[in-house]
Design a protein around this ligand. Structure first.
Ligand code: KG4
Ligand code: ZN
Length: 341
């Protein structure tokens, strides 16, 4: 039986998993750092990389224990080496290379965004390719044509902020803490999504497969505090109902943008299958709306369960595809922090 150890340290989760050729998950651990970043309202790269250094070995140990395997039982080590925070990526890559060198194992590279889409393959238990892939995470909002698990072509993406980043920044303005997505989702449950009329950037442009969330974020700020220099977060005294209404109005605007561009990508490609991944795909309102839109158009839709939407190493099982295709890396492999299209 082929067993691959997968490592994930692209942002603020330190995660490892052992997966088999049959995509069985033998062990999986995620150590979140959210508590370290909460008071800053977002991920602090230097803190994230230091925390990865402290956690990576215990996380690997615990994963192997869970899987009931030792290092000698492994057939390869795979690591997400792009895209992400440079310092964070380096910790995972160095850990993977060290294991490969010490145990004479082949090294496999994982593209973190492709892995987010592959989570749909794992969750559905069946082949989901070809498909349109939409990734909505803290760092990325991208649309891909995914021919096979190893062949992705970028169709579009955000021209400024990622959707998750906008959730996090607006949550910070509303004093809701980090990570902002779940907090906004919860506050929005009590809110009126029509109280604030917020823009839906680029939605009316039916040619462009692009997102823009920066102006939406600014629109929220102006609604809340005017155009001057505002008190924000914990300093701002915002009424609970206003916070709920703004959370709901903002969430609705982001969801409208995501759903409309996902449907545009489906029409443009002529594909019938849509796979969605990334932390924002955990948003309840987004799931409802994209499900409704896909059902109306007759598209097959895949969104993983919540624990496979946010960062994890199980989705690194895409490494099995590379293993089977003989796509291994030399120990010169580097990180690539930015998006490689
Ligand atoms: O994919 P992910 O775990 O990490 C990155 O690769 O960036 O995504 C994290 C992002 C954060 O911005 C977080 O606020 C957002 O996903 N998120 C959500 C929800 N859960 C996490 N956004 C909206 N609603 C949620 N329920
Ligand atoms: Zn991610």
């Amino acid at each position: 039986m082929t067993r691959i150890l997968t490592l994930e340290t692209t942002c603020d989760e330190t995660a490892a998993a052992v997966v088999t050729e049959e995509l069985e998950v033998l062990g999986a651990v995620v150590a979140s750092q959210h508590e370290l970043h909460t008071r800053f309202g977002g991920v602090v790269p230097e803190i994230a990389s230091r925390a990865h250094v402290e956690r990576i070995l215990p996380v690997i140990d615990e994963t192997l224990q869970q899987a009931g395997v030792s290092l000698e039982d492994l057939d390869a080590v795979a690591v997400a080496n792009q895209p992400g925070l440079a310092g964070s990526l380096l910790v995972g890559l160095m850990a993977a290379k060290s294991l490969c060198l010490a145990c004479d194992l082949p090294l496999i590279a994982i593209d973190h965004l492709q892995a987010h889409i592959y989570a749909c393959r794992l969750a559905s238990g069946k082949d989901v390719f070809p498909c349109v892939g939409l990734i909505v995470s803290g760092g990325h909002s991208n649309i891909y044509r995914c021919e096979t698990p190893l062949d992705f072509t970028a169709l579009g993406g955000t021209i400024d902020d990622a959707a998750g980043e906008a959730f996090d920044k607006v949550a910070s303005m509303l004093g809701l803490g980090y990570p902002g997505g779940p907090a906004i989702g919860k506050a929005a449950e009590q809110g009126n999504p029509t109280r604030f009329r917020l823009p839906r950037p680029l939605v009316s442009d039916s040619d462009r497969l692009e997102f823009s969330f920066s102006g939406l974020k600014t629109a929220v700020r102006y609604e809340l505090f005017g155009t001057g220099r505002p008190a924000m977060g914990a300093d701002a005294q915002l009424d609970t109902q206003l916070v709920a209404d703004m959370a709901a109005s903002f969430q609705e605007a982001v969801v409208d943008c995501l759903v409309s561009k996902a449907m545009l990508a489906m029409r443009k490609t002529g594909y019938q299958r849509l796979c969605i991944g990334g932390g924002v795909a955990a948003n309840t309102r987004f799931r409802q709306q994209v499900e409704a839109a896909a059902a109306e158009a007759g598209y097959e839709l895949h969104i993983p369960p919540l624990n496979l939407c946010t960062d994890n190493a199980v989705m690194g099982a895409i490494a099995v595809e590379r293993f089977n295709a003989g796509q291994f890396e030399s120990l010169d492999l580097d990180i690539s922090a930015g998006l490689v299209r």
